[in-house]
Design a protein around this ligand. Structure first.
Ligand SMILES: NC(=O)c1ccc[n+]([C@@H]2O[C@H](COP(=O)([O-])OP(=O)(O)OC[C@H]3O[C@@H](n4cnc5c(N)ncnc54)[C@H](OP(=O)(O)O)[C@@H]3O)[C@@H](O)[C@H]2O)c1
Length: 308
């Protein structure tokens, strides 16, 4: 059985992954800004990325590191201060991991890091639109630049002989938090809130498939490099919201939240919910991964019946 250090392990993805890894018999070190008493095989270790300090046992005693930490991108308006926090929390944490892996004796075999589909930006309109693949260059917008810095910060672990896997996550669908909970709220009140025109494409992944992807990448050496972590069938915002309403068996009055309202509410971040990003799952599938929830009806059915 292995010991796996998960940075940001207290978050949405980290909690689901911890559950899955515990069920397989592993021990989890959650690397967090605020440690708390251990709970069974979950042990909390502290770091401070601003001060550059880290509990050395989180590195010395780990077999694998999963790097998920980062200030929530949807956690508030993108002021300059917030943008700096979004970038610094990913770049400085990556740099601290690299430095610690370099300076401390350790047997870490692989580092599995999150990145995001924000790397790609908006679908090209013309000519011949196609899903984004891992070799596409980063977008020049805020999220594209952030993802590039994020991936660059953790990449030097390969020079230390560590296997590195980077997953570019799509929108994670989970009942425990994130976008799906926000999509569900109006449906619970009998309304289906479609964002803007609703025809923008959402590349999504069910939380259970995402946790399986991370687990597979820890276990199997053939995972190396960058992979998109999205289900193979992206859908429009309207199709996603309509499916949630349908599966809940509720009559929901569809209404469009106009773009200008979203802009007023979210500021610059509104572009992220209004634009199409169609991302390919082919590389992960070609590497042997089979999605349990390849289509939105299967994913929403599982979430509605709480199979996650
Ligand atoms: N959920 C999605 O739909 C989605 C989509 C694309 C990419 N991602 C990326 O995948 C990763 C995991 O996602 P998630 O949904 O699990 O995120 P999350 O729930 O927001 O959790 C991230 C964790 O990062 C730590 N953190 C927060 N602010 C920080 C800061 N300023 N400095 C250092 N650490 C900080 C927190 O752990 P402590 O408080 O314990 O330190 C938090 O639990 C994130 O980097 C996220 O950007 C997620």
């Amino acid at each position: 059985m292995a010991t796996i250090t998960i940075t940001g392990g207290t978050g949405l993805v980290g909690s689901a992954l911890t559950k899955k890894l515990l069920a397989k018999g592993h021990t989890i070190f959650v690397l967090t800004r605020k440690a708390r008493p251990a709970a069974g095989r979950v042990v909390y270790k502290e770091w401070d990325i601003e001060k550059g300090t880290i509990d050395p046992t989180a590195i010395r005693e780990a077999d694998y590191i999963v790097h998920l930490a980062g200030a929530n991108v949807a956690g508030g308006r993108w002021t300059e201060k917030r943008k700096k926090e979004i970038v610094d929390s990913r770049v400085k944490s990556g740099e601290l991991l690299v430095k610690s892996l370099h300076n401390l004796p350790n047997n870490v075999k692989a580092v599995i890091s999150a990145s995001a589909q924000g790397w790609y930006g908006e679908d090209p309109r013309i000519p011949n639109p196609r899903p984004f693949v891992e070799t596409d260059p980063p977008d020049q917008g805020f999220l594209g630049r952030t993802c590039k810095l994020w991936e660059d910060a953790i990449s030097p672990v390969t020079t230390l002989g560590k296997r590195l896997v980077i997953f570019r996550l799509g929108i994670v669908l989970s009942n425990e938090g994130g976008a799906y909970v926000e999509f569900k709220k109006p449906v619970q009140l009998g309304a289906a809130a479609i964002l803007g025109k609703g025809n923008q494409v959402v590349s999504w992944i069910h939380i259970n498939d995402l946790a399986r992807l991370f687990t597979t990448a820890i276990e199997a050496n053939q995972w190396q490099g960058v992979y998109n972590a999205v289900a193979p069938n992206p859908v429009s915002n309207k199709a996603l919201v309509t499916e949630i309403a349908r599966q809940r068996g509720r009559f929901s009055i569809p209404f469009h939240v106009p773009s200008f309202v979203l802009k007023a509410m979210l500021g610059e971040m509104s572009t992220e919910v209004l634009k199409s990003t169609t991302v390919s799952a082919i590389k992960a599938e070609a590497n042997g991964f089979t999605f349990l929830y390849p289509t939105i009806d299967k994913a929403v059915a599982a979430l509605t019946h709480k199979e996650d």
